[in-house]
Design a protein around this ligand. Structure first.
Ligand code: HAX
Length: 425
C-alpha cells in the first residue's frame, strides 16, 4: 500500500488547494440549467456533480483520467485502479506493490460464508454478493477511526484502507458465490502468486488450459471498472458515502443499483436474447430472420438488451474491445457470430423504430458471448462479474471524495404544485 498511499498523500494537498482556489474564483458561475422535463426525466444531462476518475463524452465513450478505454485494454485491472485513484498509471514496482496488497488482504472472514450458506438456495447471485459485502461492515477501519474521533483531513486514509481490504476480497467472495450457488463443489482457495484478475478466473474453477479465460477476465475487469459519476451505481455509492457511511455500506448500496435490469443486470438479459435467437433459428439466423426477431421484441413492448445508452451516442468502445477479443479468440463460435450479426442489424431496426436516442451497442451487448464461450453459462451470475470490476470505480470515487472533503449530498426536490406555479400552469 505504501506506493498508492504515498502517491495520494503527495497529491492531495495540491488538489485541495486547486479546488479551493477554483471555487473562490469561479464558484458563482453557472454550468447547467434544468428544464421541467429533466426534473421528471431522471435528471438526464443535468450537470450538477463532480467526478474526476473518468468521463463519458457522448461521442467518444469512456475516458479514464483522460485516456480512451481502447488504449487501456492490455493493462491489468490493478493498474486501472491506481490510475483511477491517482490519475497516473503505476510504475512497475508500484503495480507489484498494489498486487501484493491485494494478495495479502484477500482472505474472507469465515462468518461471510456462514451467512451466504444460510440464504435460500435460489437467491440471486447479486443478492448473495451484496449481502457478503454488507455483512463485512464490521471490518470497517473508517467506522472505528470515526468513532474514536479523527480529523476530517484524515478521512481518506481509513477510506483507502477499507477499499483495499474490500477490493482484495471481492474475487474470492464472487468466486465463492458462483461455486456455492451453482453447485460447482468446494470453494477454491486463492493462489497468492496470481494477479487479481487471474486469481478470480482460477477460483471460479473454469477450465483454462491456454490461459485465455484469465486474459478475458482481466479485460472484463478493466472495461467495466468505471463510467463517470452519474450512473445509478456510481451515484448511489457516492451519495451513501457522502453521509460518511463507510465503503462497505456504500459499495453494497451502489451494487444494489447495478442489480437492476436497466443497468448492470442488462448483461444477463443480453445473452438470454442471443441464445433465444440461436435456439429459434437453430444456429446463426439470416439477416431477414434476425431483423424480424428484433421487431418482434420491440412490438411485444420489450427493449433490445445491450442497445441504447443514457449518455453515449456512438458504439461503446468497451463493446468494440470485447468484439476484437472475440474475433481473435472465438470467431467460429456461433453465439459470438450472432452477437456480431446483431451489431449489423439492430442499429438499423432501432433507428427505424425511432424511439431510442442511441441505436448503438453498449458494453453489455458483447460481454456475455465471451463468458459463455469459456463455459460460464449461468446468466444470472454475469452482473456479479460486472460488480467486482465496478467496485474499483466506486472505491476510487469515494477515496477522492473523502480526500477532497466533499460534503453530504442534498439536492433540492420540487413538488408538482411548485413546478406548476413556477410556469403559471
Ligand atoms: N430497445 C428498445 N427501446 C429502447 C432501447 C432499446 N435498446 N433503448 C431505449 N429505448 C427506448 C426507451 O425505452 C424509451 O422509450 P419510452 O419513451 O417508451 O420510455 C426511449 O427509447 C427513449 O430512451 P433513451 O432516452 O434513448 O434511453 P434512456 O436514457 O431512457 O435509457 C437505457 C437508457 C440503457 C436504459 C435504454 O437504452 C435501455 O433500456 N436499453 C436496453 C437495456 C440495456 O442495454 N441496459 C444497459 C445499459 C448499460 C449499462 O448501464 N450497463 O450497466
Amino acid at each position: 500500500m505504501a506506493s498508492l498511499k504515498e502517491k495520494l498523500a503527495q497529491q492531495i494537498p495540491g488538489l485541495r488547494e486547486e479546488i479551493k482556489n477554483f471555487l473562490a474564483e469561479h464558484g458563482d458561475k453557472e454550468i447547467s440549467s434544468v428544464k421541467i422535463s429533466q426534473a421528471y426525466g431522471g435528471m438526464r444531462g443535468v450537470r450538477a456533480m463532480v467526478c474526476d476518475t473518468s468521463e463519458v463524452p457522448p461521442d467518444k465513450g469512456l475516458l479514464i483520467r483522460g485516456i480512451p478505454i481502447g488504449e487501456l485494454t492490455e493493462k491489468y485491472p490493478e493498474e486501472i485502479f491506481y490510475l483511477l485513484c491517482t490519475g497516473e498509471l503505476p510504475a512497475k514496482d508500484d503495480l507489484a506493490d498494489l498486487q501484493k496488497e491485494f494478495s495479502d488482504r484477500c482472505e474472507v472472514p469465515g462468518y461471510v460464508w456462514k451467512v451466504l450458506e444460510a440464504m435460500p438456495s435460489e437467491s440471486h447471485p447479486m443478492c448473495m454478493f451484496n449481502t457478503a459485502i454488507l455483512v463485512m461492515e464490521n471490518e470497517s477501519v473508517f467506522r472505528k477511526r470515526y468513532d474514536e474521533g479523527m480529523k476530517k483531513t484524515e478521512y481518506w486514509e481509513p477510506m483507502l484502507e477499507d477499499c483495499l481490504n474490500l477490493l482484495a476480497k471481492l474475487p474470492n467472495i464472487a468466486a465463492g458465490v458462483y461455486r456455492m450457488r451453482f453447485g460447482k463443489g468446494k470453494r477454491i482457495e486463492p493462489k497468492k502468486d496470481l494477479d487479481w484478475g487471474a486469481n478470480y478466473a482460477y477460483m471460479l474453477g473454469v477450465d483454462d488450459p491456454d490461459g485465455n479465460f484469465a486474459k478475458m477476465m482481466r479485460l472484463y475487469l478493466v472495461l467495466h471498472s468505471d463510467h463517470e459519476g452519474g450512473n445509478v451505481s456510481a451515484h448511489t455509492s457516492h451519495c451513501v458515502a457522502s453521509a460518511l457511511s463507510d465503503a462497505y455500506y456504500a459499495v453494497s448500496a451502489g451494487l444494489n443499483g447495478l442489480a437492476g435490469p436497466l443497468h448492470g443486470l442488462a448483461n444477463q438479459e443480453c445473452l438470454k436474447w442471443v441464445i433465444e435467437v440461436h435456439k429459434k433459428f437453430k444456429g446463426v439466423p439470416t439477416d431477414e430472420q434476425l431483423k424480424q426477431f428484433a421487431w418482434d421484441t420491440l412490438n411485444s413492448g420489450k427493449v433490445i438488451p445491450g442497445y441504447g445508452h443514457a449518455v453515449l451516442r456512438v458504439t461503446d468502445p468497451r463493446y468494440t474491445a470485447f468484439r476484437a477479443f472475440g474475433q481473435k479468440h472465438m470467431a467460429d463460435d456461433p453465439i459470438f457470430q450472432i452477437v456480431d450479426k446483431v451489431y449489423t442489424i439492430v442499429p438499423g431496426v432501432l433507428k427505424e423504430h425511432g424511439k431510442a436516442k442511441n441505436p448503438w451497442p453498449n458494453v453489455d451487448a458483447g460481454s456475455g458471448a465471451l463468458l459463455y464461450h469459456y463455459g460460464l453459462k449461468e446468466f444470472s451470475y454475469y452482473t456479479v462479474l460486472f460488480s467486482v470490476s465496478r467496485a474499483m470505480g466506486m472505491c476510487s470515487q469515494m477515496i477522492v471524495s473523502r480526500a477532497m472533503g466533499y460534503p453530504i449530498e442534498r439536492p433540492k426536490s420540487s413538488t408538482t404544485k411548485w413546478l406548476k406555479a413556477q410556469v403559471g400552469a
